[in-house]
Design a protein. Structure first.
Length: 588
């Protein structure tokens, strides 16, 4: 078989092209990034360049998010054209737009780098959003120099010397086994469209434990990984398919496991921020490139990450710190060694909740419960769970009355229910009962999509792992609640009953915008605001005298500042509409 993967046609390379850029892709990348204004490639990017050039065969290259693998490989495509303008390149991606972006980057390189301009399409050459022909090409072919296509589009009938599969796996096309099988079937078509001696390169980051990249590796595609952290040699799954450059760099720097492999762009602090936002399981997939499942990772939610303390009806502590030193005094049902602990510290300062809501996962037929979760959001970014219960029944009047009474008990300003089934019937039946029991409060329907287990874990795992979720003992001292929390896995049908934890995920998802709050920054801002208000108060003689009289007089004299209602002209105002600076109510 003729190998075209390293083919050079010297007669078609102009004299103004630096020879070192032709011979070594790392040098070429340096020139391109210089002319594009990106600066010099980072050490790990040079390592990726070396791997792409010297693996003269098919390969799967996985790299952590933000490594720049797609940009580097678009440079590789232009480098192939520089060495031989007659080659044909097909770029595929999960979506046509992503493939077009890749191809556009390749064309932009030809336009910006001075010694590449001879490769630009001429006036009579094909040059559109989906493909272009190089003016330097002399070989007659119906296949374009570079073309782009979505993986699910029509690619049969095309032919190419080089095929690049750029991020073929994304959330949405690999969530189920059926979707993964469909995607793998399209990938297998590459074998019938690549030219003799051609090369196939996959670029990607795994999104699921059952990633198709693993299946391609098992079928014979060499797999090489550039994770965001240096691996721990004691964990076999972290060492599997590691790029030799990673280990050489680790030895050169005398780096410790878990140190950043690209600190120039993502240092350890940034990586830990990503870890906190997406959770341990997704971080292991997308940054460590580890698709294995340890016993510890199989069940992502841990009780020892949950804060359990008394949750007030109207207000909560400004700040709370978690510790694993003082277990609660009730039974826990987590996995071996997993317990619920009391917080180490609670600030004396308390603040009113921004809003309290009731979230409902209505029961269908059968033995399912109606899951109910009462949750409050604090100005400093905590989500407090007052109640997490399950009620027998679903649409019967007894259950609907219980829902309304629970909302009234906790002064909820909004009731939200999942409306995927029943065409909103639950809300229509609930609304008149809520009006009778609670008065005027909001009732709102929402819908969900995707595999239930993955959807729930993707919402809950990061929040629990970063200790932003607070449970009242009333909600945590419940065996069924603890079982649903600690036994949920990514496997479809992992739990026999999941109504309560599903309702919990709805509550946390609703308050997701609160999780970016810096607790200490909010406290400092509030203290500064209080200080300014006090200064303004004392600068006014009348108010100063009134305050002295009211605070120094015995009896019932006091300054009142009641919490304003969350209504404007009968319409419920969501906390999301509040001003973000001082967390003021919208009608103040």
């Amino acid at each position: 078989m003729t190998d075209i993967s390293n083919r050079i046609n010297p007669s078609m390379i102009p004299d103004n092209v630096p020879d070192e850029a032709v011979q070594d892709f790392r040098n070429f990348a340096y020139y391109v990034m210089k002319y594009m204004g990106y600066g010099e490639p980072t050490p790990i990017q040079y390592g990726i360049c070396e791997a792409l050039q010297n693996h003269n065969n098919d390969m799967i290259l996985a790299a952590g998010r933000g490594t720049g693998k797609s940009v580097i490989t678009s440079m590789l495509a232009s480098w192939w054209l520089l060495r031989d303008p007659n080659v044909t390149i097909l770029v595929t991606s999960a979506t046509a737009q992503k493939a077009i972006d890749f191809m556009s980057m390749t064309r932009q390189i030809l336009q910006v780098v001075p010694f590449m301009s001879h490769l630009l399409p001429g006036e009579d050459d094909v040059d559109n959003a989906l493909s272009f022909n190089s003016a330097a090409r002399v070989k007659i072919s119906q296949d374009k120099s570079v073309s782009a296509a979505g993986i699910m589009s029509q690619i049969v009938g095309k032919h190419a010397d080089y095929i690049v599969g750029d991020d073929l796996e994304v959330r949405g096309n690999c969530d189920t086994q059926e979707a993964r099988d469909k995607l793998l079937g399209r990938i297998h078509e590459f074998e019938s469209i690549r030219n003799k001696g051609g090369r196939v390169i996959f670029l990607g980051t795994p999104h699921t434990r059952d990633s198709n990249y693993n299946k391609l590796a098992a079928a014979g595609y060499p797999f090489i990984k550039f994770p965001a952290e240096f691996p721990d040699s004691t964990i076999p799954s972290r060492m599997e398919n590691i790029a030799p450059w990673i280990m050489e760099r680790m030895e050169e720097l005398e780096a410790e496991p878990s140190e950043a492999t690209q600190p120039e762009r993502f240092d350890k602090e940034v990586l830990m921020e990503r870890y906190a936002k997406i959770g341990p399981a997704n971080y292991a997939l997308q940054f460590l490139l580890d698709t294995s499942i340890s016993d510890d990772e199989k069940y992502p939610i841990k009780l020892n990450n949950i804060i359990c303390t008394d949750v007030g009806l109207d207000m909560f502590h400004q700040k709370i710190q978690h510790a694993r030193s003082a277990p609660v005094d009730f039974a826990t049902y987590g996995m071996a060694g997993d317990k619920v602990f009391k917080p180490m510290y609670k600030s004396d300062n308390m603040e009113d909740y921004i809003i309290t809501t009731l979230h409902v996962d209505p029961s269908g037929r059968g033995k399912d419960e109606t899951g109910l979760v009462v949750a409050s959001a604090t100005p400093t970014g905590y989500i407090c769970i007052h109640e997490m219960i399950g009620l027998p029944g679903g649409y019967d009047e007894q259950t609907l009355i219980a829902v309304a009474k629970l909302a009234n008990q906790y002064k909820c300003q909004l009731i939200r229910y999942e409306g995927n089934f029943g065409d909103g019937m639950f809300g229509q039946l609930l609304l008149p009962i809520v009006k009778r029991v609670c008065g005027q409060i909001g009732v709102e329907e929402f819908k969900v999509t995707g595999q239930k287990e993955r959807r729930i874990l993707d919402v809950l795992e990061p929040v629990i792992a970063t200790q932003r979720l607070v449970f009242d003992p009333r909600a945590m001292n419940d065996k069924e609640n603890q079982i649903q929390l600690t036994r949920l896995t990514y496997k479809r049908g992992a739990l026999k009953h999941d109504d309560r934890i599903d309702a919990l995920s709805h509550a946390v998802s609703y308050y997701s915008e609160m999780l970016g709050v810096d607790v200490d920054a909010v406290i400092a801002a509030n203290e500064h605001k209080a200080y300014k208000n006090e200064v303004a108060l004392w600068s006014d003689d009348d108010r100063r005298n009134n305050m002295i009289i009211e605070t120094c007089t015995s009896g019932a004299a006091r300054i009142e500042n009641p919490k304003p209602k969350l209504y404007r002209q009968g319409r419920l105002i969501s906390w999301k509409n509040m001003k973000k600076g001082g967390l003021r109510w919208p009608h103040q």
